[in-house]
Design a protein around this ligand. Sequence first.
Ligand code: ACM
Length: 572
Amino acid sequence: MKIRNCLCILVLVCICAACGRPDVKVSVNSIVPHPASIQLKDSGAFLLDRSAAIVSGGNGTENSEKFLRDYLQKHYGIAPKSKGKKRIELRIEENPQAVEGAYALEVLPGKVTITGYNEPGLFYGVQTFIQLLPVGEMQGASVARTGEGAAAQDSVGAAAAMPVGKKGEPLGIPCVRVEDAPAFGYRGMHLDVARHFMPVEFVKRYIDYLAMHKMNYFHWHLTDDQGWRIESRKHPRLNEVGSYRDATIIGIYPGTGIDSTRYGGYYRMEELKEVVEYAAQRYITIVPEIDLPGHCMAVLATYPHFGTEDNAGVKTATTWGIFNKLNNVLAPSDEVFAFLEDVFNELMDIFPGKYIHIGADECAHKWWKNSPKTQAFMKSHNLEDEDALQRYFAERVSDVVKQRGRIPVGWDELVGHGLPDGVTVMVWRGRSNWMKAADMGHEIIMTPSTMNYLNRQQRPDETRLAHRGRPLTLDIVYNQDPVPDSLSVSQQKMIIGGQGCMWTEYFHTPEDVEYAIFPRLSAAAEVFWTKEDLKDYGRFVEGLPDMFARYELWGVEPCYYIFEEKPAVPGS
Ligand code: ACM
């Protein structure tokens, strides 16, 4: 849909200056993900100014209150008091029948009440409230105030554009009632920090983006051929050698050459713990991944004898790919399994979440086939073929994970090679394999690359963001149904949600990542939160101008491809 069309039907709520209140506006369509039920009151607004208070009773409201106060201070320069008649009340009414994340929000002229039916629910109610705050307006958005959509809802006049941003100004929030709960229990985003290392400060910002979209899992891809990014106290050599590489491909896909600059880094234990805590305060569980038995060149660079050829001279990878041509596969041995036990235990010491990702994707079996020592191991362990060996790897590592009461997660290749009990399957390829896993009673997390790999171009003629594979436009992300009707009811029940993935081969900086994920992360968030029958791409697009203004408020430069050109923001 062209921007002009979508602006013409933009649904805006305008609360005019007639009664001495500031002119503010917000589009309820820009509440993303869209709530289960939203009733816009005919008139009235809550005025958030210096006389307003945030009141909360404690007992689980602290994280939500802190997030709201920090957001209001940072983006609006407003610091509500802790007591007062005109108030935003935060409360938790534990309801065991309610799904995790359920909440209600009521905005009345004198009072806002945000009720979580559990702790995460309150946090999500706060996120919805935040999305009712006025944001700066993209040029042209005011045109839509006189459009059909505006008339259909509660449009009070065609007010002039008022860029928000003068810190400390009172904020008008329309009177609404929202009742909401997520469609799926797993709503996630992934980030690959092996191909390009992302600083802790950015990882926290990324977590904020997830939180503000009511996502609850952050899949952190921490190891790969190109670098090992977690401190290991037991195996410090991993960080001396495997956390660094000698060169990197220059530019975007397919690259314009290769530099000769040493590149790398890793997160210290204290930093990892800090990120875990930061995420927990936002009701986000981190799913850390150590990828094996393929994608292990950083390990083989550190410990050459862990490979199928003892002295293959493997280095931490400097290029991208699956490496059928370069050997990146661990060979089975007691020493390798002891090493894996160590690093997974170190990982679980830091990450308390229930899911631990054990990789298992893209392991080229030919290295095992051609390796006498691997074949000898297989024979001595009665492993009839390489599929059986891959299953053996998965079982050994899964056992370590399960011994600590956690749930192993693996990429869907696991299904083809044999699935250990109790493993959750993360689906990135075609469907035949994982349907089998669902039939066997395994939980499924959907991230099919054709709909969820946000590193793909946002449109075919994209020049800043380029990657192998077909472009992945916003509508494709939005219109996916994680639970296709064609599945049997018992298969559908095994799908616990999905996630977007952000692989960083051609994304060198945090700004590159932000450009790639926005606005598609917003679409993915709606896919995993909003029930399928309430999704509406037209409505989602109508809310985008405000959503883009919100990105701007956060300091993000998104990809503007949905618009014909980057809309200017008044005053910027
Ligand atoms: C993957 O994209 N190799 C999981």
